[in-house]
Design a protein around this ligand. Structure first.
Ligand code: SHN
Ligand code: NAI
Length: 274
């Protein structure tokens, strides 16, 4: 058995509404921007415009929550009201300065080129809607993290993201129907959800629509049973046809922003799916 220590605490950090400062605008910074926007944070980007990676430019031109300052990092005043700092610059002296300012102010910081200056590391990531997977080698081999990520991607169950969305909806409706935190009701809800998730296939769960959810709750939850997909109205000939993934949730539905989003998404795929 491997020893318990020597790893990291892997968490899903809730950044919605928080202020994240990103210093640098190159290749690595563009990945940071994408990761932080995925978490609905507000990004402040400080970097001169002459060093912008095409993907960083794309994010700046797109309909995203980014405040941009076209200049070098200016010192401690840039850290006011900041919850998290990510630096990805090609200047190791400045990197160390930013790190020590953050440590003084107790702001969590990641410095892309100096592992000792990181309070946390990034990892290789997989995203399918609400499903996020991170592979960390704890600083030992980022390239192997990338290779392992691609192997895991090839073996993910199909429609996992859609299944998670639909089961999320079922759980919300179940909690509305049988409210209360903890206690007997909580235990019964959890037992029933475990039974549903383990008796239906991933693809069947992905097909749950609002009508099927209602029937599953009426004929399943209310009667302490788990009906089959057919029993709640899934047609045996029903084939899976999910709506295509939207590049970034919350994008205003204007043609301009759609085109910008699509261009950014394509650029992102070209830049990162290595
Ligand atoms: C500690 C960490 C800090 C942090 O960045 O948070 C860190 C540090 C450093 N990376 C360096 C190099 C490379 N990094 C990559 C790629 C990625 N690096 C990522 C994370 C991390 N990199 C954190 C630990 C991750 C872990 O624990 O596994 C990934 C996973 C996530 C991301 O950055 O978003 C992303 C892959 C994403 C994907 O593809 O899915 C490649 C490959 C490539 O570019 O193709 C190379 C060249 C090959 C190689 O070295 O492996 C160097 C310079 C080393 C030198 O000078 O020799 C340092 C500094 C040092 O190690 O001293
Ligand atoms: N952690 C990781 O995954 C990896 C880390 N790195 C390291 O990360 C750093 C960044 O890598 P890249 O994005 O490829 O570099 P890059 O050279 O493409 O970009 C550097 C960016 O930092 C900006 N910059 C430099 N000094 C600045 C300052 N004082 N204030 C604001 N902006 C400043 C530049 O204008 C440019 O936009 C490098 O040190 C590199 O060695 C490199 C590869 C992977």
């Amino acid at each position: 058995m491997s020893p318990l220590g020597g790893g990291s605490l892997l968490l899903a950090w809730q950044l919605k509404g928080k202020h994240v400062l990103i210093v640098g605008g190159g290749d690595v910074a563009s990945g940071r921007i994408e990761s932080v926007l995925a978490a609905d944070a507000h990004v402040t980007l400080i970097t001169p415009s002459n060093g912008l990676h095409p993907l960083t430019k794309c994010f700046l031109d797109g309909p995203y929550n980014i405040t941009y300052h076209d200049r070098l990092f200016g010192g401690v005043q840039d850290l006011a009201n900041v919850d998290l700092v990510l630096t990805a610059i090609d200047d190791v002296v400045q990197s160390r300065v930013i790190c020590s300012l953050c440590r003084e102010l107790k702001i969590p910081v990641n410095v892309a080129d100096i592992p000792e200056s990181c309070d946390f590391y990034f990892g290789s990531q997989i995203r399918d809607g609400p499903l996020q997977i991170m592979i960390s080698t704890n600083g030992n081999s980022p390239k192997l993290a990338n290779i392992i990520r691609r192997k895991i991607e090839q073996n993910l169950p199909e429609h996992a993201g859609d299944a998670i969305i639909r089961v999320g909806e079922l759980r919300t409706k179940l909690k509305e129907r049988a409210p209360g935190v903890g206690g007997e009701i909580g235990k019964r809800r959890m037992r029933w959800m475990i039974d549903v998730c383990t008796s239906w296939e991933m693809e069947e769960l992905a097909l749950l629509d609002d009508q099927m959810i209602r029937k599953l709750l009426d004929d399943g939850w209310e009667k302490n049973a788990v009906p089959s997909p057919a029993e709640v109205g899934a047609r045996s000939c029903q084939t899976y046809s999910a709506t295509p993934n939207v590049a970034v949730p919350g994008v205003p539905v204007t043609m301009l922003s759609f085109v910008a989003g699509a261009a950014c998404a394509s650029l992102f795929l070209l830049a990162r799916r290595r």
